[in-house]
Design a protein around this ligand. Sequence first.
Ligand code: GTP
Ligand code: MG
Length: 430
Amino acid sequence: MNKTKVYLIDAYLDIDNDEAKHELRLNDTMSLLRTLEYELVEYHPFRLSKIENATYLNKGALDIIKDEIDAIGEDNLKVILTFDASASQIKNLSNYLGKEVIDRVELIVSIFSKHAKSKEAKIQVELAKISYRLSSLVQSDLDYEQDTSSGRGYTATRGVGEKQIALDRRLLAQRRDNLLRQLKQIKSNREVRRRKRIDSIYPIVSLVGYTNAGKSSLMNALLKLAKKEKKNVTVENKLFTTLDTSTRLIGIRGYPSFILIDTVGIVENLPIELVKAFRSTYEEALNSHLLINVLDISSSYYEEQKRSAEEMIKELHIEHLPLIHCYNKIDQFYGSFPLDEEENDIFISSFNEEDIYALLRLISENITKDYPFVTLKLPYNIPYFKFERFADVKKAIMEEDSIYIEAKLNPALVHEFRPYLLTLDGHDIN
Ligand SMILES: Nc1nc2c(ncn2[C@@H]2O[C@H](COP(=O)(O)OP(=O)(O)OP(=O)(O)O)[C@@H](O)[C@H]2O)c(=O)[nH]1
Ligand SMILES: [Mg+2]
């Protein structure tokens, strides 16, 4: 298969002075290209002192690029930008260089389109594209006005151009409203399912974080311990593999059961139109009792990635929820130990069963933190697993006619086990 060949322009502002962020973005763009299986032919970084209104880069830089592109001599070469340029800048760049120019947002949207499987994901991707096109139409409208008000572009075609933009905008807005209606329908169906789950009293735990950090791998590792491998989700070394949230009940002997949600990953500075389009995907996670921010510690940029994930958590207004920082891929970490470890930090490899048990322990402690502490004698005719599923058992001793248990118990179950309780939060019962 002939791979699409690309030329990469990496431009960054002198005054930005955030080297780590710039590198992360470059690294992300490279991963986006890999995910799309594009072949990088040449890469050129430019440090800019200012942004040119019309073309982002100045003429000197453009001429260098043009020469390099000519030297490559590839008809179907695409030019990729690591930075976010406006629609008119992209158009002008494309005209000047005589090549198709693609920015980061468009790369991300292409991957979304490729990976979207469910009806909901497909609608969300289309919505993202339309919202993005609409915002760039507004921009080109503004550019148009600027052009004409300066007296330059005032010709007989003005009316036609304006009409076309207005028509485009109306058609796009209609399509967007239609998609939003469809999404609402899907959402209300999901709401019914969600209600059922909430009524089912299991705590809800969500895996969030940077794309490719290993969220889906962790979900599969927990499913393996729960002996439910048939319910595995897709894992790939690509960006945005997961575009639909998956929800699974995780029940593992010796630990309280919980509902686990795998979510769509993020990248640094994901454009707001894309975040909004995928907002409903995160809605499930909004009702969580616990968040797990999965981080790829083998990446040189994990600190920036952590910050990006935290920004997203804030944007979704869920920063008040208990949070575990799960530093994954420790098997690929070559930095120095010991690492600074804070409460609720855990360093693991998804491939190591012992580590998954350690994570499971931390999850259990978090979800049962506010549960009442009980002691009880559970008769042998009451199945122990029924109790265990809703509790974090600290001690269990087999006695002649019952099991003596010390545990943290889901408050919703206290009533059911009341006949067997000895103490509840230190107070004698019966
Ligand atoms: N070395 C190593 N690789 C891992 C580990 N966990 C996951 N991976 C790899 O990381 C890649 C991404 O894993 P996924 O589970 O798909 O990541 P994700 O966070 O779900 O990614 P998206 O769905 O794209 O947001 C895969 O190639 C995994 O095999 C780990 O602990 N160590
Ligand atoms: Mg995934």
